[in-house]
Ligand binder design. Structure first.
Ligand code: ZN
Ligand code: ZN
Ligand code: FE
Length: 756
């Protein structure tokens, strides 16, 4: 530092990362005052800029603290420090935001109510006592209310609420916890709760009464409307299921706190940390046998999705109800969750008996995130509220900005620039106008928020995906097609900050191959740039094409037809159950007209589930496989034989497996044992395949990706076997292994190719 004759130095400090809306300026202000420094701090579109002046030791201490001890919600990517001439100011001030220039400042995800705000919420002496919108610089809505950058009140959906004098004083006072907290408000000036003509606390009391008496209440949350019902009330939960047209897919439950959650599920330390994190996801937890929840909450499932309150409104509801309640997305069947008031009244009017709502608009529809732990680490199932739009750091710096358009189901998109990948919130299944619009508007919004104008656009190879068609409709960009399973493996690499090469095991439902078949049980030797299909699950016909997804028994027919010459095996229940249709489907399987070949692991799960008697038809994606996993007895160690056939490309042969399943099913062996032997056999085959590929390639790292690896039993079995054989195993943690992670993989591949 250049010292002036009086011994003072002045430094300019620029901080980049997630530093706006997370209490960074009050933190800097307090720190500077404590150290007796003068100067200023401000937000601009690049992040936070600071100038501090004072004794050299104090300035050094200041920089050390900014680097080492920033506010809890801040993510500091880079700090740039330079010496500047001393100006001799006497105070430390906070400057107004500068809306000009490049937009590189990041918007933070939404954050659960902090402990300070919670204390106020339940303090009868506080002016915000029982006010459902209390928040501060450390907590509250962010991503869901931001309409533009820089992150300031006029660029949020709070713009319509003028601060009262008391709130303004807190907002302007650098010593206050609410200093420059953009959504700050109170009962006098902020949003108001309403419920069928009642307002404020009366509205809440009426909603609680409605829930207690078995009604279904639509509740406006942070990223959209939920539907709520008492978790213990079978009539209410059953009615919710039938009105929502959601037959079996589990509902999530909200519990007041960890102790209340423990009455429902078993929770270890890592899981408790996830439940209580400021991101507040739905955490999938092992359900207690005596859990006081209605059977309809999560039929046939050993796991229960539980979340803790993440807004003041949820805290009040949970507290006043005094028991856990179902809180599921406000939609009919698989439609996107409703988030605009008028649309919610229209679409949810036939489901909810009443609406608990308020007048703070939601700008971005954001579903609850769903997560679980694996080997002590987080393993996401759906990455959305609380996580998006926090960037994921890519393994290398991009040459040009990239847009990755994702796949189709569980859709996300990804914009990437520099070394950051902004993976979007969960958009939903891209198969209708509503989700398509969320996708295209979402891309526009992210482009503005993060100042990314894509020059390279990545897409799936499937020509019929709407995401592919969208990519192909764009002009003045370079298109990069990325094979679906290569994208899965690249996603796992990027998730772990690696570039490969690896042996990639990509097991999922379906993905467009580079030959004429549909892939889904793939062994790839891959890096971010390219891949080779080094092996795959044996290919069988998928009779009726996509009809086979809804009717797993069709895959049973295809596999049994492949496995038996002495057709048909007698006394098999799945054949008897399906009567005449069985022979028709076998005929379709043998024709080439409407039976594309597939190496899908998900479809093999379907076949085994149908033969074992789990179910013949599904009413949500992956249901048969999920129920087979749930039914499997983890204490069974033996395995069905699943040979790996050598060749230019390895083939995991499953005909022996299918015959063994059939023998057991005919002999009346229980589903738990069949399921376990199947999982064990498949895990053996994966480990064996990887060992064979290691001999050829000398690669010792395996990446596991694809929706099938949401299956804990298989993931655990494969990881354990690979570790025992001295492999290094990469699994997902920042994005899901399912197609929600595809966009990150596409972006990583497009970027790697663009750098060539
Ligand atoms: Zn707070
Ligand atoms: Zn106020
Ligand atoms: Fe996939």
């Amino acid at each position: 530092m250049d010292a002036d004759p009086r011994g003072a130095v002045r430094a300019r400090v620029v901080v980049a990362g997630v530093v706006q809306g997370v209490g960074f300026r009050p933190f800097v202000h307090g720190l500077a005052r404590r150290l007796g420094l003068s100067g200023h701090v401000g937000n601009d579109t690049k992040g936070v800029f600071i100038e501090v002046e004072g004794g050299e030791g104090a300035v050094d201490k200041f920089i050390e603290a900014v680097r080492g001890d920033p506010p809890p919600l801040a993510v500091v990517d880079r700090i740039h420090v330079e010496s500047v001439p001393v100006v001799g100011d006497h105070d430390f001030v906070i400057l107004d935001s500068d809306p000009s220039g490049d937009r590189q400042a990041l918007v933070s995800p939404d954050m659960a109510t902090c402990t300070d705000c919670l204390a106020e919420l339940f303090d009868p002496a506080d002016r915000r006592y029982r006010y459902p919108f209390v928040n501060c610089t450390n907590c509250g809505p962010r991503f869901t209310i931001v309409t533009d950058v820089p992150y300031d009140r006029p660029n949020t959906t709070m713009a319509r609420f003028a601060m009262c004098e008391a709130c303004r004083r807190e907002y302007d006072d650098p010593a206050d916890r609410r200093f420059h907290a953009q959504p700050v408000c109170c009962p006098a000036c902020g949003p108001t709760l309403s419920f069928v003509g009642q307002r404020g606390d009366d509205a809440l009391a009426a909603a609680v009464y409605a829930l207690r008496t078995g009604q279904i209440v639509a509740v406006k949350g942070l990223g959209g409307y939920h539907l709520a019902a008492l978790a213990s009330d079978e009539d209410a939960v059953g009615a919710l299921r039938s009105r929502k047209h959601r037959e079996d897919k589990p509902f999530a439950v909200m519990a007041a706190d960890v102790d209340a959650a423990r009455t429902l599920v078993d929770i270890d330390d890592a899981e408790a940390a996830l439940l209580q994190s400021p991101r507040r996801p739905v955490v999938l937890l092992r359900r207690r046998r005596v859990a006081p929840v209605a059977a309809s909450v999560a039929p046939g499932n050993r796991w229960l999705g539980v979340m803790l309150p993440y807004t003041p409104l949820h805290h009040l509801l949970a507290q006043d109800l005094g028991q856990p309640f179902v809180l599921t997305s406000g939609n009919v069947s698989d439609e996107p969750i409703a988030y605009r008031d008028g649309d919610a009244f229209e679409r949810l009017g036939g489901i909810a008996d009443a609406f608990l709502t308020h007048d703070r608009p939601i700008h971005i529809r954001t579903d609850d995130s769903v997560t679980r732990t694996f080997a002590g680490r987080e393993l996401l199932v759906r990455r959305s509220r609380g996580y998006a739009p926090k960037p994921i750091r890519l393994p290398h710096v991009l040459r040009r900005p990239v847009l990755a358009c994702g796949a189709e189901l569980k859709h996300t998109f990804c914009l990437a620039k520099g070394e950051r990948a902004f993976v979007s919130h969960h958009i939903g299944d891209l198969e209708n106008y509503e989700t398509m619009r969320s996708f295209t508007e979402g891309v526009e919004h992210f482009s503005r928020l993060f100042d990314v104008v894509a020059e390279v656009v990545a897409h799936d190879l499937h020509p019929e995906y709407l995401s592919t068609k969208h990519a192909q409709s764009l002009t003045d960009i370079d298109l990069v097609g990325v094979q679906h399973h290569h994208a899965h493996i690249a996603s796992c690499l990027a998730d772990n900050g690696e570039t490969g090469p690896v042996i990639g095991v990509a097991f999922d439902g379906l993905g467009y191959g580079v030959d004429s078949t549909i892939w889904g049980g793939e062994l790839l030797v891959a890096d971010l740039t390219d891949f080779e299909r080094a092996g795959h699950l044996q290919t069988v016909p998928m009779p009726g094409g996509t009809a086979a997804i809804k009717e797993p028994w069709r895959m049973a027919a295809a596999w049994l037809d492949r496995a038996y010459d002495d057709w048909p095996p007698s006394g098999l229940a799945v054949i008897e159950r399906n009567g005449d249709r069985w022979d028709q489907v076998v005929a379709v399987a043998r024709s080439t007209a409407n039976a594309p070949g597939t190496s899908s692991a998900g479809r093999l799960f379907d076949a085994v589930a149908a033969i074992a008697g789990v179910r013949d038809a599904v009413n949500y994606e992956g249901q048969a496989a999920i129920e087979l996993e749930q039914a499997s007895d983890p204490s069974v160690d033996d395995a069905y034989p699943v040979p790996v056939l050598p060749g230019p490309s390895l083939v995991i042969s499953a005909v022996d497996l299918v015959r063994a399943v059939t023998d057991d099913a005919r002999a009346g062996v229980d589903i738990g044992t069949i399921g376990a032997r199947f999982h064990n056999g498949l895990a053996d085959a994966v480990a064996e395949s990887c060992a064979l590929l290691r001999q050829e390639t000398a690669i010792r790292t395996v990446a596991l990706s694809g929706g099938v690896f949401q299956n804990q039993l298989l993931l655990e079995g494969v990881a354990r076997r690979l570790s025992a054989r001295d492999f290094r195993v990469l699994v997902h943690s920042q994005v899901p292994p399912n197609d929600g992670g595809i966009s990150l993989g596409q972006a990583a591949v497009a970027a790697a190719r663009d750098a060539l």
